[in-house]
Design a protein around this ligand. Sequence first.
Ligand SMILES: Cc1cc2nc3c(=O)[nH]c(=O)nc-3n(C[C@H](O)[C@H](O)[C@H](O)COP(=O)(O)O)c2cc1C
Length: 395
Amino acid sequence: MSIDESKVLIRRCAVLVFEPQETVEFDLQELVGGGDGLRRTLRWQALAPHLGEPVAVDARQRELLGRISPSAWTALDSLGEERGTAQALLDSGLLVARAPGLHDAHRERDERLRQGYWHPLGAVLHAFTRWDGVDAVRNMHESGTETASKMRQVLGEPPAEARRLVTADDELIRLPEVPHSDFDALMHRRVTCRNFDASRPVPLPVFAKVIERALAAQAKVEVTGDLVFLKKNVPSGGGLHPMEAYLVVQNVEGLAPGLYHYRADVHALEALPAPEGGLPEFVMEAVAQQHWFGDAHVLVALAPRFDRTFWKYRHHAKGYRVVALEAGHVSQTLYLAATDLGLGAFITGAINEKHLERALGLDPVTQGVVAICGFGWRASQMTVAELDPACRIWA
Ligand SMILES: Cc1cc2nc3c(=O)[nH]c(=O)nc-3n(C[C@H](O)[C@H](O)[C@H](O)COP(=O)(O)O)c2cc1C
């Protein structure tokens, strides 16, 4: 279909932030010329969450974007000499067109972002902190920070382990020590597990119990046919429970290894297509090559549906923070649930979100992975360090 450009209407994408960015590169000429050998280049980049990748813009483009409404439609024709600049912005997706066949994908993604009611800064933070192809272990190695003592050497003195407001101990108002219960003992046994025993499958009832405790709905409240609140063991902003869980089952008796979506409302699994390239490779890429999580019997990708929470908290300054905090609640509950059953658990924020989105078919404008946790039997030997100074797990 040919497009009559004289009739094209345009507007700016819904959310856009500019970042003045400096890149620093080694430059021999600079060094020979008596400088510090570094070439510094400054440029503006546009961060538009519906695109997911930064776009370099020049001064003319930046200035034009500041003059085009993101809500009212403007005739492309009315821009006169600036039409060429506008065309380049349409090509990059920073402007969107109301004309079928003209950059439809950009317009559709922009529409979905608008309908998601993101706070603009939450949207930018989420979109531009997602990883793809990152190897967190190599990065740690290259920065020389893979052990605590090397970290101290490389990073210098850290802020103190606890803040002290009074200097004299007798000014402290000491609190009573209440006798410990089984609950204290359980919490003290919670140690992030980095050593899993791949030779021993987790029985199905044990798997089901951990999942039920951390993720299942215990009850529901139906306000109207379409407004339903689930009650879970974890708190949730507005009671909306945006957190979805995608399970990577690697080693559970009676469950085929693979990807599953967990249905919290009915405590059931929905099977998903197998990831390309095999499950072990998928897992390693998901956890950014942290091999110590590779043998976990079950991994749980926590993937909130932002649009569920933002349906109520529209453009809310706290929206993204609240949703991210909820992953911590689920994770801690999963740790305790697993620990109670004699298993080890973990959480990692070092994840390749884009890889997960592709495999799970998630649209990052409405849903994205914010953390991966997991659980399984601990190995008999600690090969990778765990933090157990009181020897609650490792005698
Ligand atoms: C949000 C979050 C992200 C974490 N990410 C990682 C990670 O990427 N890799 C890892 O090995 N441990 C990760 N951990 C686990 C911490 O390293 C661990 O909690 C810390 O060392 C204290 O040990 P403990 O959990 O046994 O008390 C993470 C913990 C939290 C709460």
